[in-house]
Design a protein around this ligand. Sequence first.
Ligand code: FES
Length: 96
Amino acid sequence: MAKITFLPEGRVIEVDAGTTILVGATRQGIAITHDCTEGICGTDIARIVAGAGNLSEKTEAEDLTLETMDAGPDDRLCCMAKVMGDVTVELQEDEG
Ligand code: FES
């Protein structure tokens, strides 16, 4: 199991290792805006505040999408990043 802490709310969930941030969050009632779930649309971008090394490597699609979005070095796409250990994620505050 791995823990994901979501900022700014500070909610903590536990997921099986290998689960993506998006799937883990969605299963436990945390809404993350998303669309393609394939690392292409970039709507589910989030900043990794801690534990970046506990996430799966970026796929080519994710890397390209982040580059196109001019994302920062700590940004990941929640649909692509698989959690292997504890991680802290700062979600975008774009929900109504
Ligand atoms: S949902 Fe489209 S990049 Fe993650």
